[in-house]
Design a protein around this ligand. Structure first.
Ligand code: MLT
Length: 411
């Protein structure tokens, strides 16, 4: 008799974004004439940079020749990619890394989930509320939690509220925790943390032998000088933090799939018998056993992001999205909407109209404005009363959406 993993049954029926997709499909079926604008899931809309496309084509041609054919690559990723990431993305921040510390993958969502493989189940995990649902749900799936209470909080997880009241910077948890998820620039609130604020977490982690999972998927969208792009800009972070990065939003790879994990060589965890054990070594063991590397053309395409032309072209695309973010933020603020984010991140986090919860507002926007966003409560109980709009749309769609929302606001 094949028993299932019962922990899955503790989860809400569906993952957030497919649930939104289901409601939108139902609406469009019933209203085929409606021109629906999708600012829900943070999915990019601009084509890949020309330098990336060129590298992709070249890599495919390589596979068609005996001389340049590539079979299995290194499980951890090609060194030519890791090295260019270090040179172009970490060195300018004053962060020194070796290629041995970088693990190229097929995307950050998988990395955030897979990393749990190398940590014991009895670690106490702290996550934000609201939060990228993957952090919460994957901990439920592996069996680290009990059931959810009526609000949606799972027993065993320490939730740290990210709300306007604390300026979206939670206090250190009162409980002693072993693993802390931080995401800055933050998904879903679009807010950032200063060096001083991150230092507080690094100090806590070092003092408590905890590990920080730092999700920097949106670092390329930071526009404010001085805001850290990497946790390793904070002194001592290499002793206590794993960093996740993604090409999805940075270079439009949501459909291409590529990400990376940094596991510093000096980072350790503790064995059951109380000895220190090297986490880089453990993660490498996991990666070499369960993964055969991101595909060769994808890694070639990713490397092209760091060429001079590729870098400029992807920065231009990011600037396009950030102009969208400004149009949404300023357009809604001018109509009296309370908005956060959208300055250093491609998400605008707005307060729903008085008396309306997140899903009610979702339905109103869909039905009256034909605009899709993401209900804040889908990211956790403290997201109730908020709503997320993504800046990854086409410019004219974004402008139309803002106009439509303004016209309906308060009605
Ligand atoms: C989001 O909309 O939060 C993201 O696109 C989801 C993801 O990156 O997996």
């Amino acid at each position: 008799m094949a028993r299932i993993n019962d922990h899955y049954l503790k989860l809400k029926a569906g993952y957030l974004f497919p649930e939104i997709g289901r409601r939108v499909t139902e609406f469009t079926k019933a209203n085929p004439q409606a021109k629906v604008i999708r600012l829900g899931i943070g999915d990019v809309t601009r084509p890949l940079a020309p330098a990336v496309i060129q590298a992709f084509h070249q890599a495919i041609d390589d596979l068609g020749t005996t001389e340049n054919f590539a079979g299995y690559g290194p499980e951890q990723g090609y060194e030519w990619l890791s090295q260019v990431i270090i040179d172009k993305s970490y060195k300018p921040l004053g962060v020194e890394l070796t290629t041995n510390e970088i693990f190229i993958s097929d995307g950050s969502k998988c990395d955030c989930a897979n990393i749990l493989d190398i940590f014991a189940l009895d670690n106490v995990v702290a996550i934000g509320d609201p939060v990228y649902p993957v952090y919460n749900d994957t901990n439920v799936m592996v069996g680290r939690t009990g059931e959810a209470d009526e609000k949606g909080y799972y027993k065993g997880i320490v939730y740290m509220p990210f709300t306007a009241d604390n300026n979206f910077i939670p206090d250190l948890p009162k409980e002693e925790v072993d693993i802390i998820y931080l995401c800055y620039p933050n998904n879903p609130t679009g807010t950032v943390a200063s060096k001083e604020e991150l230092k507080k977490w690094v100090d806590y982690a070092r003092a408590n032998d905890a590990v920080i999972f730092f999700d920097a998927a949106y670092e390329a969208f930071i526009t404010t000088p001085g805001i850290p792009h990497s946790i390793y800009e904070i002194e001592g972070a290499k002793e206590c933090a794993i960093e996740f990065r993604s090409f999805s939003k940075t270079a439009g790879f949501t459909g291409v799939r590529c990400g990376l994990v940094v596991v510093p060589e000096q980072l350790t965890g503790t064995t059951a018998s109380g000895e220190k054990y090297n986490l880089n070594r453990l993660w490498k063991r996991r990666v070499t056993t369960k993964f055969n590397g991101a595909s060769y053309p994808v890694q070639r395409a990713a490397a092209a992001v760091y060429s001079d032309e590729g870098w400029q072209q992807t920065r231009d695309i990011i600037a396009y999205y950030m102009k969208n973010a400004r149009i949404i933020r300023e357009g809604l603020q001018a109509a009296g909407v309370e908005c956060y984010g959208g300055v250093d991140a491609p998400y605008i986090w707005l307060k729903t109209p008085k008396g309306m919860n997140s899903w009610e507002f979702f339905d109103k926007l869909l039905n009256e404005c034909h605009v899709v966003g993401t209900p804040g409560s889908g990211f956790g109980p403290s997201g109730e009363g908020y709503f997320r709009l993504s800046a990854f749309g086409e410019r004219s769609n974004v402008e139309t959406a803002v106009q439509r929302i303004r016209n309906t606001w308060g009605k």
